[in-house]
Design a protein around this ligand. Structure first.
Ligand SMILES: NC(=O)c1ccc[n+]([C@@H]2O[C@H](COP(=O)([O-])OP(=O)(O)OC[C@H]3O[C@@H](n4cnc5c(N)ncnc54)[C@H](O)[C@@H]3O)[C@@H](O)[C@H]2O)c1
Length: 361
């Protein structure tokens, strides 16, 4: 047990709504970086954990934010605005929670995915954040991790040229729950938003969170400028983890079961002999294998996210809303599948009923 009391890093205040499996990770990022945090959860055990976790951190001699706890938002909403409000309760509650806080004057948010279950709600929340001059980060963690920059760095070192596609194939992983992370990773790697989407999706009552929630299998196909593509196929009849591949003209990247990224090149002699792109060959010459999840300075995606939150709260820098297009582009795939049409992105609200709600989590 440490006898010294660590100094507060600042006077910043945070609110955390939902301290479940992902909420606990948010709290662990908030504790060292904020002066105080109000934690709201309907589950008393989750609240007890939050207090105990702060105590555990303090006992190491490190700073931990003052934690107050409550089982209802009613108790804490009057103290808005907080420097940041993190929304990590169940998916269908993200919109009512965010709206309630917005109407109490809260400006800055970290919201777990999915931001909303309709495109209209996503746009409304965003519009309100912008009107209030606030900030919004959606926790699509790969975006903040070392992966996008790391993959692009390794590709540049091997002079691979442009990334032409990202493909994901696997079992029951749900296009909405997990596919969204890969869509966002592809969007980061391409450095551009998708221009259109087609999809063929189906759902069965297998969602482990609740049987009323969908669990999408099937395929989504996103087109980016220059013919670049992101394709994801999930099969609800299979319990096999997904395979994630990245394609360049003569090279292939893969996420390995170890969490490492591997890069393999084709044989240059074969390419010289048959240069046409249609004369394909296996990419078997492994030139890189390494874990790229941490940023170059060794931080996890969530640590980098909260560093950005603190930096934005303590300076006047302008922050773009982060991840909102992915939130609505994912919902656009559900519309495209239902309509049996290719949809241009962002979705045109005169062609699609953007107020439709989808049972995603
Ligand atoms: N970004 C990621 O990588 C990632 C990973 C896991 C989960 N998620 C998302 O985070 C959200 C939460 O998922 P989870 O796995 O932590 O779920 P969970 O069930 O473990 O946690 C949800 C918590 O919210 C609490 N809660 C429920 N209703 C509440 C209310 N009205 N007010 C306050 N608290 C309430 C529950 O008691 C629980 O502690 C989901 O939207 C999920 O999709 C994102």
């Amino acid at each position: 047990m440490s006898s010294t009391v660590a100094e507060a890093p600042n006077q910043l205040t945070a609110l955390l709504v939902g301290c479940g499996s992902i909420g606990k990770k948010h709290l662990q990022e908030i504790l060292p970086k904020f002066y105080s945090v109000a934690v709201v959860d309907i589950n008393e055990e989750a609240l007890a954990w939050a207090k105990a976790e702060a105590e555990r951190v303090r006992e190491t001699g490190a700073w931990a934010a003052h934690v107050t706890t409550s089982t209802t938002l009613d108790d804490v909403v009057e103290y808005a605005p907080y420097d940041i409000a993190t929304i990590a309760n169940w998916g269908p509650d993200h919109v009512p929670t965010t709206r309630r806080l917005q109407s109490a004057g809260q400006k800055n948010f970290v919201v777990e995915k999915p931001l909303s279950d309709s495109i209209a709600d996503a746009r409304d929340i965003l519009g309100e954040v912008e009107r209030a001059g606030g900030k919004l980060w959606i926790n699509l963690t790969r975006r903040f991790s070392g992966l996008p920059a790391g993959i692009l760095r390794v590709a540049a070192e091997h002079k691979l040229g442009e990334l032409v596609g990202v493909t994901v194939t696997g079992g029951a992983r749900c296009i909405a729950t997990n596919g969204i992370h890969y869509l966002d990773l592809a969007t980061c790697l391409f450095g551009a938003e998708p221009e259109s989407v087609t999809a063929d999706l189906a759902t069965q009552n297998i969602n482990p969170r609740h049987e009323s929630l969908a669990f999408y299998e099937g395929s989504v196909n996103y087109n980016y400028s220059g013919g670049r593509r992101f394709n994801c196929v999930f099969l609800n009849g299979s319990a096999v983890t997904e395979n994630v591949r990245f394609y360049w003209r003569d090279a292939e990247g893969e996420m390995l079961p170890t969490g490492e990224f591997a890069l393999r090149l084709r044989n240059p002699e074969e390419i010289a002999q048959y240069p046409a792109v249609t004369r394909t060959g296996y990419a078997q010459n492994e030139v890189f294998r390494g874990n790229l999840w941490l940023t170059e300075d060794g931080r996890t995606g969530m640590t980098a996210l909260y560093d950005a939150v603190v930096s934005a709260a303590t300076s006047s820098e302008h922050v773009e809303v982060v991840g909102s297009r992915t939130a609505e582009d994912l919902l656009a795939a559900l519309h495209a599948s239902e309509l049996g049409q290719r949809l241009s992105l962002p979705v045109d609200d005169s062609k699609v009923d953007i107020t439709k709600h989808w049972s995603i989590s």
